[in-house]
Design a protein around this ligand. Structure first.
Ligand code: SOE
Length: 382
């Protein structure tokens, strides 16, 4: 018998929608020891949050997150707010004995991140950070292939996350939808927003990054602030490129920008090993490209694996349709809910935990420090 797990979600933007959809989908597709119950959604504006609650079937609304944390009928708090509120809410939620699921990036910086780790570990509450791309089946398959040793020694890890939605200088900073451009709310620019995903996947697939050397640029130096109406200095990084070295000796080459005209969410990674290479592209997310040097010479070439086999060979796909029919971006969140609840049933953590996501914060801090000082920086040990 599946037991109810009462969710209290804070925030209702793009991620609120993605997570709510996942809570609805997961128990219908997976056999779970707990069933998410959408108890309450919280946001400051009741008029705005009420239609959201009705659409997704939340039983109630709150307009003060502290009230939500006081409620005895909430088991798990899902933080979908802008980044500057993650730490305060997560620390209070853990102290109130709630499980915490936090949107990425974990925190504004590593100093905040470590306090969040300490809070959930002290309280002994289940926790996870929504680095959803790990759970795209093709990416999960990449992990399986690497862990099986198919690539052999890894030489290169190359990742990019390219967008183009802030090229227009008229795009404001601050406010709903554009808070990602306000450094006091987002903490950083593309590094915390986009590179954070690339780093999380890389840590999972290829291990710890030891040293980094980064370059950042803010192409539009001033923007109108949506809340104050004033033209203000822009404090975020619009673009960030970094090199580095993984602990396993392989070289890191990462780039993210919101100024790559024509690219909306081009997240790609390529890993080159001694025996084989893999390549993945978010715009073609159900495919994993694989090259194996051990193949017979005359047939050797890149294979495009359509990750849709439902016999158990392809991660998660036995819960979906018949072979050949693909699934999308939204499913990565559904998989995270399913994994979280299955692990909860077994008393096991769900990766990335706050502690694991803190590693990403340490790298982000090192990147920004390197860009500022124009020096190579050793990543602090977590
Ligand atoms: C930014 O545009 C954004 O929505 C990120 O905040 C998400 O984390 C990423 O998955 C897609 O792009």
């Amino acid at each position: 018998m599946s037991k109810p797990l009462n969710i209290g979600m804070i925030g209702y933007g793009f991620m609120g929608k993605a997570h709510s959809n996942a809570y609805r989908q997961a128990p219908r597709l997976f056999e779970l020891p707990y069933t998410p119950v959408l108890k309450a959604v919280c946001a400051r504006n009741a008029d705005k949050v009420k239609p959201f609650a009705d659409t997704w079937g939340y039983e109630s609304i709150e307009t003060d997150w502290r009230k939500l944390l006081e409620r005895k009928d909430i088991d798990a708090v899902d933080i979908c707010t802008p980044n500057h509120l993650h730490a305060e809410i997560a620390i209070a939620a853990a102290a109130a004995g709630k499980m915490v699921l936090c949107e990425k990036p974990l925190a504004m910086n590593a100093a905040e991140g470590v306090q969040m780790v300490q809070a959930v570990e002290k309280a002994g509450v289940a926790n996870t950070v929504w680095y959803n791309y790990r759970r795209i089946p093709a990416v999960s398959l990449a992990k399986k292939i690497i862990d099986e040793g198919k690539l052999g020694r890894i030489f290169h890890y190359r990742a990019k996350f390219l967008q183009d939605w802030t090229i227009n200088p008229e795009v404001p900073q601050g406010g709903a939808g554009t808070w990602r451009l306000d450094v006091t709310v987002a903490g950083s620019g593309v590094s915390g927003d986009l590179l954070a995903h690339c780093i999380d996947t890389a840590l999972w697939l290829n291990g710890r990054i030891d040293t980094v050397c980064a370059l950042t640029e803010t192409f539009v130096k001033e923007r109108k602030h949506a809340l104050t109406g004033q033209v203000e200095k822009v404090g975020i990084d619009d673009a960030c490129t970094f090199f580095g070295r993984f602990e396993n000796g392989s070289l890191a080459n990462f780039e993210s920008t919101r100024y790559a005209r024509g690219h909306k969410a081009l997240y790609t990674f390529e890993i080159n090993g001694e025996k084989a290479s893999i390549f993945w592209d978010l715009h073609d997310l159900h495919r994993l490209q694989y090259f194996d040097h051990r193949d017979e010479g005359k047939l050797r070439g890149w294979r495009s694996v359509h990750v849709s086999d439902n016999s158990g060979e392809h991660p998660y796909m036995d819960h979906w349709w018949v072979p050949g029919l693909q699934i999308g971006y939204d499913s990565s969140f559904t998989h995270q809910v399913a994994d979280f609840l299955i692990n909860l049933g077994k008393g096991q953590p769900t990766s990335p935990t706050f502690r694991e996501a803190y590693e990403t914060q340490l790298i982000l801090d090192a990147i920004l420090q390197s860009a500022k000082t124009q020096q190579w920086v050793q990543v602090a040990k977590g």
